[in-house]
Design a protein around this ligand. Structure first.
Ligand code: FAD
Length: 423
């Protein structure tokens, strides 16, 4: 199993108590495989709509991307808004952009409603220009969002330096709709809310097979079988070979993060207003500071070696020195990585794999809002709303050419990037 993330122990929300968990058996309206944002949001809203629901998680709540990510709650998708409108067309595009533009608000409302202890900070996020060409990309994104009336602002070099604490960036895009959270805290809080709404949850129980059973499905585990007419396969980048076609539809890449111990006042001038940041470089860097004053640096690729002396730790020290040349380089004490499911066009999908078998997937590194919104929409559909009310038309699974080969090529490129001198 991958090394656990910092969030596993820094989240204020505790893990679910084993004695509160349901046995892995019985019949329900909806069986959900995977205890991340998608599965848990589906469970919460389906249970609230009166459906009986059972979430089965192979490891712990948030063991996948939901407990490992950077914690940036962004509006929209990775794909710029103009491209999204073009891809989705005049029927779906504006509705989708409106929903995803309000995505952070939806997440912050849920956090408030269920009193989820996940250090929510709604100060915006900063997309920082690593080079003049990055700034041109941000200018185009800014113009597109402004045409849609979104509260985004273009920062010049000095303004970016004031908000980040580094003079390295050429400018930035501040999106005031956005913010950040402790990602594991949000996942565990959703699980608590879903259970409070009546959903059953079983962790530490991998689903070993998914079989048709008359009009419905048998969800088999080593500890019993659950039957349901509807199943949501919410395993995303962590599905393994449970449904092999799902794994062939995406390319899996890794993203690692390395964190310092709490630095107190010594880190107070890094992102002093509490925003999170990622940059425009093709191999992106992320930078955040948590509530305890830990500085957390991330980039694409696997966590290699120990957080103290390994390849990723050395990358983090070089990166820190480049960002904050006047500061002493701190020790990094924790490191971890997670998997991201990439699609060819960087668009997420809601797939129907068979009758009554749904798979939202391929979030391309934008999963906090996407998992929450897709989960809610699927729950509403399973409770009777028309399929046309989903944020995206249901799509066939598709298949990437040689996804395994692509994943290995990315892995190699990202490893070389960790070793190469930092420009
Ligand atoms: C390092 C990193 C940084 C990221 N940063 C951001 C960010 O800043 N902002 C953002 O919005 N998004 C970010 N993302 C993306 C986001 O984390 C994911 O898109 C999101 O968490 C996906 O949620 P999910 O519920 O669909 O899947 P996951 O959270 O991955 O959950 C899938 C679950 O399925 C379980 N599972 C798998 N197989 C089985 C089985 N056979 N039986 C039972 N359970 C099974 C797994 O154990 C796992 O818990 C990042 C991702 C990573 C990895």
């Amino acid at each position: 199993m991958d090394r656990p993330s910092l969030w596993t122990h820094s989240a204020e929300e505790p893990p679910l108590l084993p004695e509160a968990e349901a046995p892995a058996e019985g019949a329900v309206d909806v069986a959900i495989i995977g205890g991340g944002y998608t599965g848990l949001a589906t469970a919460l809203f389906a249970a609230q709509a009166g459906l009986s629901v059972h979430v089965i998680e192979a490891a712990a709540i948030g063991a996948g991307g939901s407990g490992r990510n950077v914690g940036l709650i962004n509006a929209g998708l990775w794909v710029p808004p103009d491209d999204l409108l073009q891809t989705l067309g005049p029927q779906v595009g504006p509705r989708f952009l409106d929903l995803f533009g309000r995505g952070p608000q939806t997440v912050f409302d849920l956090i408030e409603q269920h009193q989820i202890r996940c250090e929510p900070r709604r100060m915006g996020t900063i997309h920082a220009a690593h080079a003049p060409r990055g700034l041109r990309d941000l200018q185009a994104r800014h113009a597109a969002w402004r045409r849609l009336g979104a509260p985004v602002g273009l920062l010049d070099r000095e303004e970016t330096a004031a908000l980040t604490g580094t003079t390295l960036f050429h400018g930035g895009l501040l999106d005031r709709r956005a913010g950040k959270i402790n990602p594991m805290g949000y996942a565990r809080g959703l699980a608590r809310a879903a259970r409070g709404a009546g959903a059953r949850i079983t962790t530490a129980t991998p689903v070993t097979a998914l079989r048709r059973d008359g009009a419905g499905w048998r969800v088999e585990t080593g500890r019993g079988t659950i039957t349901a007419p509807q199943v949501v396969l919410a395993t995303n980048a962590y599905g393994g070979d449970l449904w092999p076609a799902l794994a062939r539809a995406v390319t899996i890449i890794h993203f690692f993060q390395v964190a310092t111990a709490p630095l107190g006042e010594a880190s107070a001038d890094i992102l002093p207003q509490g925003q999170g940041l990622w940059d425009t470089a093709p191999v992106m860097t992320s930078l955040t500071r948590d509530g305890a004053g830990r500085v957390i640096l991330g980039s694409m690729g696997r966590m290699i070696g120990t957080p103290q002396t390994g390849v990723s730790a050395r990358w983090a020290r070089r990166r820190f020195r480049r960002l904050f040349p006047e500061k002493p380089v701190p020790d990094f004490t924790e490191g971890w990585h997670g998997r991201i499911a990439m699609t060819q066009d960087h668009m997420p999908r809601i797939c129907q794999l068979d009758r009554g078998l749904w798979a939202p997937m391929g979030y391309n590194g934008r999963g906090i809002t996407t998992g929450t919104l897709f989960g809610r929409a699927l729950a509403e559909m399973l409770a009777g709303a028309p399929q046309s009310s989903l944020p995206l038309p249901v799509s066939p699974l598709g298949r990437r050419a040689a996804p395994g080969l692509q994943a290995r090529a990315f892995d190699l490129a990202f490893t070389l990037n960790q070793i190469a001198p930092i420009p």
